[in-house]
Design a protein around this ligand. Structure first.
Ligand SMILES: Cc1ncc(COP(=O)(O)O)c(C=O)c1O
Length: 291
């Protein structure tokens, strides 16, 4: 039932959808299906750690291409990395932790630079937060270009159901879904979680209100951080990545001692950057006042 509802909401067929115990389950299922030891996987960094670690768990060597200085997507670096025809390309847009969303023109270029033998995993965990003017239909582009690809979506972010653990993928080809059905955790999604997701996908008003609140507060938090002298990456998500100017770990530890939890990035050269989740107006005020 949930597959059919998702397919309907995306204007596609249910046999192109797989539901899993969140994106983590589905990334694992994809890599289990396609990666063999010593394969190469390309990704962008800084990034959601699982993109890299999951590939490594299946024995892949991971090539990481760094975001450009201005936080635009590193198209030239990706083009070079994709020349070696890696087994998979995986990245998120909007990016976790940085926040920018790739444009349609940039996405088309990355797809054009990808060999047909490379599986593309385009992680759209935060897609619902993207401003209307920057949105595009990645599925349509993948269909047009006939690449071997999956999109990753989740109920954990804009739908606020992280505890229910429901994610889904839409594949360019039903054969890929048939493969993932064999490699995913077979009993990953329980009936209560599936019901919650089915209700959530139908509640467009709640989704709209959540996204509007997150967008408004993200802009306010970003402006306040900038006015206090912090550099911020341009975000299309419900978080802001900002340069603390010194050790992000020490910065995050100090805030923790005041009861405010943010994520200090540890990976060089981003180890002065931290990600703060946009919360309710009151929570955001507590964060801003604690700086
Ligand atoms: C880019 C990205 N993809 C996937 C996930 C996984 O989310 P979940 O497993 O809750 O669907 C996250 C979680 O932070 C994320 O940031």
């Amino acid at each position: 039932m949930l597959r059919a509802l998702i397919a309907q909401s995306m204007g596609t067929q249910a046999d192109r959808i797989i539901v899993g115990n969140e994106s983590e389950d589905l990334i694992g299922a994809l890599f289990r299906a396609v990666i063999r030891p010593n394969d190469q996987v390309v990704t962008i960094y800084p990034s959601f750690g699982l993109h890299e670690f999951s590939a490594q768990m299946f024995g892949a060597t991971v090539t990481k291409v760094r975001f450009n200085e201005d936080w635009s997507f590193p198209l030239e670096g990706l083009r070079q990395a994709l020349r070696s025809k890696p087994r998979a390309l995986i990245f998120s847009s909007p990016s976790n932790p940085a926040g920018p969303a790739i444009s349609e023109t940039e996405f088309r270029q990355v797809i054009a630079d990808t060999d047909p033998t490379t599986v593309i995993c385009f992680d759209e965990a935060y897609v619902e937060f993207i401003e209307q003017s920057k949105r595009f239909d990645a599925l349509k582009i993948l269909d047009e270009t006939k690449k071997f690809a999956i999109l990753l979506r989740t109920f954990s972010k804009a739908y606020g159901l992280a505890g229910a653990r429901v994610g889904y993928s839409i594949a360019s080809d039903p054969q890929l879904i048939a493969a993932l059905i064999k490699t995913r955790n077979p009993f990953g999604v329980n009936a209560l979680a599936a019901c919650a997701a089915a209700e959530a996908i139908g509640d467009l008003t709640h989704l709209k209100n959540t996204v509007a609140l997150a967008t408004r507060e993200r802009k306010r938090v970003t402006a306040a951080l900038i006015s206090k002298g912090f550099k911020c990456a341009p975000s299309q998500t419900n978080f802001v990545f900002f340069d603390t100017g010194s050790s992000a770990k020490v910065f995050a530890d100090e805030l923790r001692s005041k009861g405010v939890l943010i994520k200090g990035w540890l990976e060089k050269p981003f180890d002065t950057w931290a990600r703060v989740t946009v919360g309710t107006p009151d929570e955001n005020d507590i964060f801003l006042n604690s700086l």
